[in-house]
Design a protein around this ligand. Structure first.
Ligand code: GUN
Ligand code: ZN
Length: 435
C-alpha cells in the first residue's frame, strides 16, 4: 500500500496541560517510537517494534532517530500580508500600523503580489515547523484567495479571514459595511471547508470598524455561528484610549465586541494585554480566547501579558499563543515561547517547558476546538508533524552534552532553538519542509 508509511523516532504528545515539570502523566513519550500513517492519518502509535508488527510487510519506513517527533506547531495569530513589514522601526503600535503596515497591505489588491507572498508564507511556516495557522489576510478578497489557494495546494489546515476595515486607514485599505459583508460571504462560499480551510470573520479592530461595520460582522456571526471570529483587543494604552473615544457608550474595549455579539467560544482576541477584571470575567464567561503574542508585545513595546494570572483566575481565561508576524519578530513558535517565558519571568511567574510545548501543540489545538484533528499524535489525527533536533547548532550540541532529562532538552530547544532545530515538517503524512 503506497499511502502507508512508518515514521520512527522519539514521540512526544500531550494528553492535557502539564501541571509541573514532573507531571509525566500529562504526556506520552516513546523513546523508540513509531507512527503508522495511512491516508494522511495516524493509524497507530507506540513502541516501534509493536507498531511495526501492525504495519504491512513492505511498508516504507523513515527513521528520524534520535530526533523528537511532535505534532506540528500551531500559530493562532499571524498576518500573512505583513511578511515585508517585519523589522519596521516604530515607537508603538499605532505609528507602526500607519507608517508601515497599512501602506504595505495596500499592495495585496494585486493578485500576483498576493500569490507570490502566499508561497513564501507557507514555505516559511513549514520551515519553522508550523502546520496550522490562524491568519489575517488584507482587506482585499484577492489576498484571501491567494492565502486559501496555497493552503489547499499544500493540504494544510488553515484558518483565515478577509479583514473588514472601513475607517482610519488609507483609502486603498477600506471596504464598507456592505462590501465587508458581501466579500466575507464570497470568501466563505469560495473557500470554507474546501480541503482543510476554515474562514474566520475578521473585523480588524474597533478603531478601523464603524458601528455599521460591526453590525455587518454581527450579521455574519449570526448567519455562520460555526465560524471563527478574530480581532484585536487591548494591545496598547493609546489604542485603548482612542477606542473608547470612538465607542463612548461601551463600558470598556471588550464590551464593544460583546455588544455586537462577537464574543463566544470561537472568538480569538489578539493580545488582550491590559484587561480589567471585568473584561477578564467577560472573556471567561463567553469562553473567548486571549491570544498571547510575546515577540510582538515586546517588539512594539505594548506590555507584559499576564498569562499565568489569567489562567489561574477563579474565572479562568482561555489562552493561546502566536507569532503575530509582522508585529512579531519570529516565525518560530520556539522563539515565541522563549519570549513568553521571559515575560512571565518579569512578572514573577514560571512557565515550564512542558507547558510551552503543550501550548504550541495541543493547547493551541484546544483553543481552536480542533484537538481531535491536530495538536496531538492520537490515533485518528491528521499526521501533521514536526521533527526536532536540539543538536543542530554547535552551541546547542555542546549544551546537549550535559542534558539528562526530557524537560531539560525541551527547555534547550525553546531557549536556543529556531528554524535550524526543525529537521522535517509533515503535512498529512507528507514531508513538506522546504530544504
Ligand atoms: N491591531 C490592529 N491591526 C493590527 C496589526 O496588524 N498588528 C498588531 N500587532 N495589532 C493590530
Ligand atoms: Zn495582529
Amino acid at each position: 500500500m503506497t499511502d502507508t508509511t512508518l515514521i520512527r523516532g522519539r514521540l512526544l504528545s500531550f494528553k492535557r496541560a502539564p501541571l509541573s515539570l514532573t507531571d509525566t502523566d500529562s504526556y506520552l513519550y516513546e523513546h523508540d517510537g513509531a507512527l503508522l500513517v495511512t491516508g494522511g492519518k495516524i493509524a497507530a502509535l507506540g513502541d516501534y517494534a509493536v507498531v511495526k508488527m501492525q504495519a504491512p510487510d513492505a511498508v516504507e519506513e523513515t527513521d528520524h532517530r534520535p530526533h523528537l517527533i511532535l505534532p506540528g506547531f500551531i500559530d493562532c495569530h499571524v498576518h500573512f500580508p505583513q511578511m515585508q513589514v517585519i523589522a519596521s522601526y516604530a515607537a508603538n503600535l499605532l505609528e507602526w500600523l500607519n507608517t508601515y503596515t497599512f501602506p504595505e497591505e495596500c499592495r495585496f489588491v494585486e493578485s500576483d503580489h498576493a500569490a507570490r507572498i502566499a508561497t513564501h508564507f507557507y514555505d516559511e511556516l513549514l520551515r519553522h515547523g508550523t502546520t496550522t495557522a490562524v491568519a489575517y489576510c488584507s482587506v482585499h478578497k484577492t489576498s484571501a484567495d491567494a492565502f486559501f489557494a496555497e493552503s489547499l495546494r499544500r493540504g494544510m489546515c488553515m484558518v483565515g479571514g478577509k479583514v473588514m476595515m472601513d475607517r482610519n486607514a488609507p483609502q486603498g485599505l477600506l471596504d464598507t459595511p456592505q462590501m465587508g459583508y458581501d466579500e466575507t460571504r464570497a470568501v466563505i462560499a469560495d473557500w470554507h471547508a474546501k480541503g482543510r480551510n476554515h474562514v474566520a470573520i475578521t473585523p480588524r479592530f474597533a478603531i478601523t470598524s464603524t458601528p455599521g461595520q460591526m453590525q455587518a460582522a454581527q450579521a455574519l456571526a449570526q448567519e455562520f455561528p460555526d465560524l471563527f471570529i478574530q480581532t484585536h483587543l487591548s494591545e496598547n494604552h493609546e489604542e485603548i484610549r482612542y477606542t473608547s473615544e470612538l465607542y463612548p457608550d461601551a463600558t470598556d474595549y471588550t464590551d464593544i465586541y460583546a455588544r455586537y455579539g462577537l464574543l463566544g467560544k470561537k472568538t480569538l482576541l489578539g493580545h488582550a494585554i491590559h484587561l480589567s477584571d471585568r473584561e477578564a470575567d467577560a472573556l471567561s464567561e463567553a469562553g473567548a480566547v486571549a491570544v498571547h503574542c510575546p515577540t510582538s508585545n515586546l517588539f512594539l513595546g505594548s506590555g507584559l501579558f499576564p498569562m499565568k494570572a489569567l489562567m489561574r483566575r477563579d474565572k479562568p481565561v482561555r489562552v493561546a499563543v502566536a507569532t503575530d508576524i509582522g508585529g512579531g519578530s519570529s516565525y518560530s513558535m520556539l522563539r515565541t515561547l522563549d519570549e513568553a517565558y521571559k515575560i512571565q519571568q518579569l512578572l514573577g511567574e514560571r512557565l515550564n517547558p512542558l507547558e510551552s510545548l503543550y501550548l504550541m501543540t495541543r493547547g493551541n489545538a484546544e483553543a481552536l476546538g480542533m484537538e481531535r484533528d491536530i495538536g496531538t499524535l492520537d490515533i485518528g489525527s491528521t499526521a501533521d508533524l514536526v521533527v526536532l533536533s536540539a543538536e543542530k547548532t554547535p552551541a546547542m550540541k555542546l549544551r546537549m552534552e550535559t542534558i539528562r532529562t526530557l524537560p531539560e532538552e525541551l527547555f534547550l530547544l525553546q531557549t536556543m532553538g529556531d528554524d535550524r532545530a526543525i529537521v522535517e515538517t509533515y503535512v498529512a503524512g507528507k514531508a513538506l519542509k522546504p530544504h
